[in-house]
Structures are given as C-alpha cells and as structure tokens.
Ligand binder design. Structure first.
Ligand code: F6P
Length: 509
C-alpha cells in the first residue's frame, strides 16, 4: 500500500520531540506523546494512511453497532453500554441490577462476595475494586479465576457460607475454569447446609438459558449481549461486584468517564485525538522501529491490575497475523505487553529498559494528585516517574558519562573505561498519561482510551481485533486431553510424542 510506504518512510526519519510538548487533553486526562516519533510529514502521512484504511467509516461502525467482528459475524458495541442515554434493553437490565444491589445493601446482606470469572470476566472488576476499595469496605471480596484448586480453596477459607454471595461471571457460561470453580462454591454452600445454595448464586452472562439450566434462578441472572466482547464486558452487568463491594457511584463514574473518551475519540481531529495518536505511535514502534513489546508502568499502587487488564485487551485483540482477507500481514503486529507498578518496576526490570539491547516503549501512567495525606510520598513518586521517563528519552552519551566520572574524581584511565558502562542510548519511545487524580471517571476514561487505541491499531494493520481463535484452539485441545485424563485411558487423540507421553503419565493420578 503506497500510504503505508509513505507513513513508514516518514516514521523512520522522524524523531522524538525534546524541545516542545505534544500533549493532548482527552476526557479529563492528559496524554503526552512528546516521547514518540513526530514530524509534520509523519502527521500528514498518518492521516493519509488512516484515510486509506477508511478510518472514519470504521469508527462510525464501531460506535453505532455495525459488524466490526466479521469472523464471528457480530458487532463490538461496548460503547453502547456506557452511552449517556443507553437503549431501553440496556437501561432495563441495569435497573434490575441496581434493584438487586439496593435490596442487598438495605438489608446489609452478603458480607462476603466471591467473584468467579476469568479474563474479561475478571480483570476489569478486580482492577476497579482494588483501585477504589483499597481502603476498608464493609464487604469482603475474593476473586477466583484460575482452575488451580488452590485458588478456590484459599478464597473460600474463613468465609461464612451463610452470608456469602457467589457471583459467577461468564459471557459464554461454558468456560471450564469458571464453571468448575462455581461447582466447588456450590458444594461448599451445600456442606454448610445453607437453605438454598443456588439462591446464593448470581450469574452474569450472555447465555441466560445455559445459566438457568446450570441451576441459577432466573431472578438472579443479569444478562449482557453477544455484541459485547468478553474483554470489553466490564461496562456490562459484569460490574455488579464493583457496585456491591465499593459502590454503584463508582460504576456510574466509570461509565461516564468512558463515555467522555468515546466522545473525544468520535469528535476530536486526528492530530489531537489521543487514542489515534497513541495507536499511531504503537504501530510505528512495532512495525517500523521493530520494538517487540510495550511496557506499562502505572505509577500508582492502586492501578496494579491495569497491566493485566491492558495485557488481555491489547494482546488478545492484536495478537493476530492474518488480515481480514485471510492473507498474512506483511509487517509485525501486536507487541507483547508487560509491566509492573512503579517504583517497584524500577528495582525489577528498568535496568533492561535503560541499557538492554532491545528496550521497549513505555506507557507511564500517573496521577497528579494523590488521595492520601503524605505529600512527600507523592512528590517522590512523581519525581521517579518523570526521572525514569527523562532518562529513557534523553539518554547519556559517552562524553557526558566521561565528564561525570572525571568530575567525581575518577582517575582518567579508569574514567574512560567506566564511562562506556554508563552510556544510555536514549530516544526510547514513551507516552506519559496524567490523570488529575484517580477517580472512577478518570479510570473509565483511561480504559476506554486503551480500547480505542487498540481498535485503531487493528484497523491500520488490517486485522480483526475482536476475535481470539488462538485461545479457542487451546480450549479445544484441553477438552480432548481432559477427557483422556478423566477416563484414565491411553492417549486417544493424535498427539505429538511428548504430549502423548505426558498424557499417559498423568492418567495415573
Ligand atoms: O480468554 C478467552 C476468553 O474468551 C476471553 O475473551 C474472555 O474474557 C474469557 O475467555 C472468559 O470468557 P467467559 O466470560 O465466556 O467465561
């Protein structure tokens, strides 16, 4: 595509901008992309590339419920869930959910919530509860995602079964981890002789009939729809646990912040459209500059789970290498996403970011104001965040390193040797996202920012960001192996030699 060639050429010769600030206000956030490649030529090539990719029509389809997920023949209309005036069906379901919560709160019922779900049915809820429920809340919450029996065992330990609500969140209501863990929870309730165990279960799902057959009373089922992708389901009734553990106001704030980011994405010119600009940087870093990963560095202890949240969002969406026509994409697509909150990350892997041979672009996320009273803690946190970023950006050349050594009294011969170890390449791409403070509104806006960024990257690469056939393939193979293990039979399915060997070893358990 000539537009790609022009974009890639312009990106290769563009540079990071050390002399001026390129920062965009977006739904209450500030997205500073000064640390990403930029030139006026690149900006115009980017706009032409987006136009060649029918960006305007694709965005319109996304935001109005068009078929954006052609391999599963469905929309990806999560934005409808957070629209200021959602349609009647969405409103009615939300009202049912709110009634349920109001009744539980009024009767001070359910001191404990066990939230069972995995992937998109877990990360966003876990993130939000940790972000806003880190101070004491009156309900205990436990999250169970992993099939490892230690997870459910630990979660149920020391809870009172008579005052525990089990929330089973699963879009498909077929996910083996979730259903097995939910069965253990039911057994635990039965063993405690609660009057009606299934009355203590709530299901959040797009498969109401399946949940009913499983045993959940219809009045305890809160639905969402097929057109909500699993990794976008935080905006649906999946957020019940957030409302129950922290408050319904938190959910309302998050929906409002996300909706504000949707408006920004829909209406802001491309050159200052934050998700678009982040997506362009993402494509440049991966496909032009060859960075294989993206580091997420939240400088906010409360946002620890945002790394996993973005990891699923970005990697499950962009981990594809075939375009919509089924042809291989000719450039590298979605990066590996990883990270850890700062400042822990500084003492874990930042050395590699500064001086490793590969390095990675970094998204720094920080709140200008803290919500605790220790000013010096927050000033130190901010200082570290800015300093790490500056070091990655500015680097240090040999001359500077040598002078530094000489100035500190190192003898010249040793200084020449030592200086070589203290060179920092610099020019490492990064984005700084500043939240005025962490509120439900700003968190909602932040998550929607990443959702739209991912969508635009998918569009530029020509891939479908809304399916996940790789995950499905693993699930099918696991079902076959499980069948063999449970029936203690020699490997039936055709396996490679090593898998067959271990299937046979494990059938004796
Ligand atoms: O990981 C694959 C996936 O399908 C995710 O997209 C989804 O969030 C997760 O599994 C859980 O699926 P479900 O909500 O259907 O249990």
């Amino acid at each position: 595509m000539p537009e790609w060639q022009a974009f890639s050429t312009a990106a290769s010769s563009a540079d990071v901008c050390l002399k001026s600030v390129r920062s965009f206000p977006a739904a209450g956030l500030h997205v500073d992309v000064s640390g990403q490649r930029y030139s006026p030529e690149l900006e115009s090539a980017a706009e032409q590339l987006l136009s060649a990719r029918n960006f305007t029509a694709a965005r319109e389809a996304l935001l109005t419920g068009g078929i954006c997920n052609p391999t599963e023949d469905r929309a990806a209309w999560h934005t409808a869930l957070r629209a200021p005036a959602p349609n009647a069906e969405i409103t009615a379901e939300r009202e049912r959910l709110n009634d349920f919560i109001r009744n539980a709160d009024a009767s001070r019922r359910w001191r404990n919530i066990v939230h069972i779900g995995i992937g998109g049915s877990d990360w966003g809820v876990r993130l939000s509860v940790n972000a806003f429920g880190y101070r004491k809340v009156w309900r205990n919450v436990r999250f169970v995602a992993n099939i490892d029996g230690h997870a459910i065992e630990g979660a149920l330990a020391d809870l009172n079964p008579h005052d525990t609500l089990i929330v089973v969140a699963s879009k498909s209501f077929t996910t083996v981890e979730t259903l097995e863990n939910a069965k253990r929870a039911i057994e635990w309730l039965q063993a405690a002789n609660v009057p009606d165990p299934y009355e203590q279960v709530v299901a959040i799902t797009a498969r109401v009939e399946t949940a009913k057959k499983w045993g959940v009373p219809e009045s305890n089922i809160f639905k969402f729809w097929d057109w909500v992708g699993g990794r976008f389901s935080l905006w649906s009734t999946v957020n019940l646990t957030i409302a129950m553990v922290v408050s319904s106001d938190v959910v309302a704030g998050m929906l409002a912040g996300a909706a504000a980011m949707d408006t920004h994405f829909a209406e802001t010119p491309l050159h200052s459209n934050a998700p678009v600009q982040m997506a362009l940087s993402g494509v440049i870093n991966r496909s032009v500059l060859g960075y294989g990963s993206l580091n997420i560095a939240p400088y906010d202890f409360r946002l620890g789970n945002i790394v996993s949240y973005i990891q699923q969002l970005d990697m499950e969406s962009l981990g594809k290498s075939v375009d919509l026509n089924g042809e291989p994409v000719s450039v590298a697509t979605g990066p590996a996403v990883w990270g850890m909150p700062g400042t822990d990350a500084q003492h874990t892997f930042f050395q590699w970011l500064h001086q490793g041979s590969d390095g990675a672009p970094v998204d720094f996320i920080v709140c200008q104001h803290a919500d605790h009273k220790w000013r010096s803690h927050h000033q130190t946190l901010l200082a570290h965040c800015l300093a790490q970023r500056e070091a990655l950006l500015r680097g240090k050349n040999y001359g500077q390193a040598l002078q530094e050594c000489l100035d500190s009294g190192v003898e010249p011969g040793r200084a020449e040797w030592l200086a070589k170890h203290r060179v920092h390449k610099g020019g490492r791409p990064n984005t700084l996202i500043v939240l005025p403070r962490l509120t439900p509104y700003t968190l909602g806006a932040l998550l929607a920012l990443y959702e739209h960024k991912v969508f635009v990257q998918g569009l530029i690469w020509g891939i479908n960001p809304f399916d996940q056939w790789g995950v499905e393939y693993g699930k099918v193979l696991a079902a076959g192996i499980l069948n063999e293990l449970q029936h203690s039979q020699a490997a039936q399915v055709k396996h490679d030699a090593s898998t067959a060997y271990w299937v046979n070893q494990f059938t004796d358990l």
